[in-house]
Design a protein around this ligand. Structure first.
Ligand SMILES: NC(=O)c1ccc[n+]([C@@H]2O[C@H](COP(=O)([O-])OP(=O)(O)OC[C@H]3O[C@@H](n4cnc5c(N)ncnc54)[C@H](OP(=O)(O)O)[C@@H]3O)[C@@H](O)[C@H]2O)c1
Length: 253
């Protein structure tokens, strides 16, 4: 589903899960900062509505939308081949918390595998496929992990922690080519699809109790961290976990 045709000289940001929540806020912010966009996700209508919002806000930005399940190697390869233009910024944002956990070892294995596929494979497969196309010098790879990686949370926390280990190795590998690789670990950001089925008063109260600033974060605040790592001032920051969480861990990671 390509929604533009004209040539452009703006740099491009490829955003997985760019149709909602933190991904959409990042897309809107990066469009304002001068980027064209390629949004990926599984739901075509969500991507289409996001593209409309971006175009309304920043008519000069080109927006390409590609429907793909990024857990699937074949779909990643097909999606990557469809991406038009340069890849100056890759934001690995797609993910989520698979809470289901069945009985016994089978249930544990399914829980860990599902979280790993959704949070690790989505980032690793897309990055590997796009690696030859990431801008050199100056490319940026940013992966959204979570406070859960640092605080612990079952298969989800373990999968997000895997993102950190992978990110650090890639940062070292790509530094000589002047590509930066970082993670952003958000805390509680309830105005997202991530919390749609769990946004109860009890959950909100328990999460707020863990935040010294006593308020949740917003998708725009995480997008601000993305904009820093994607922008000119982020060029010497690599291999880092940027925590955006209202002081929930006070830098202890
Ligand atoms: N919200 C929070 O409090 C919080 C805190 C820490 C970390 N995070 C992380 O932030 C990231 C963004 O989540 P969000 O909070 O903005 O929630 P969200 O609104 O649910 O965004 C997740 C996005 O990822 C896409 N996605 C999920 N699985 C995918 C797949 N297999 N292939 C392609 N796209 C996929 C979803 O679109 P489709 O369903 O259409 O595919 C959706 O647009 C996630 O990695 C999440 O783990 C969130």
């Amino acid at each position: 589903m390509t929604t533009h045709t004209e040539a452009s000289v703006r740099p491009q940001a490829v955003i997985s899960g760019g149709g909602s929540g933190i991904g959409l806020a990042s897309a809107l912010r990066l469009a304002r900062d001068g980027f064209d966009l390629c949004l990926l996700g599984r739901r075509e209508e969500v991507l289409r509505q996001a593209a409309d919002r971006i175009r309304e806000q920043t008519p000069e930005a080109r927006v390409q939308c590609i429907v793909a399940d990024l857990q699937d190697p074949a779909q990643v390869a097909r999606a990557a081949a469809e991406i038009d233009g340069s890849v100056d910024v890759l934001l690995n944002n797609a993910g989520g918390n698979v809470l289901d956990r069945g009985e016994g070892l089978e249930g544990i294995a399914e829980h860990f595998e599902a979280n790993f596929r959704l949070n690790v494979l989505t980032a690793v497969l897309l990055t590997e496929e796009l690696l030859p196309r990431i801008a050199r010098p100056g490319g940026r790879i940013i992966s959204i992990s979570s406070i859960a990686a640092l605080r612990g949370a079952n298969g989800y926390g373990a999968a997000k922690a895997a993102i950190h280990g992978w990110m650090m190795g890639l940062a070292e590998q790509l530094a000589p080519e002047l590509i930066t690789v970082n993670s952003i670990a958000p805390g509680f950001v309830p105005d997202t699809g991530f919390w749609d089925s769990r946004r109860t008063p009890e959950t909100i109260a328990s999460r707020l109790a863990q935040i010294p600033m006593n308020r949740p974060g917003t998708p725009d605040e995480v997008a601000g961290a993305v904009a820093y790592l994607a922008g000119p001032e982020g060029g010497w920051t690599t291999g880092q976990i940027l925590q955006v969480n209202g002081g929930a861990l006070l830098g202890r990671g």
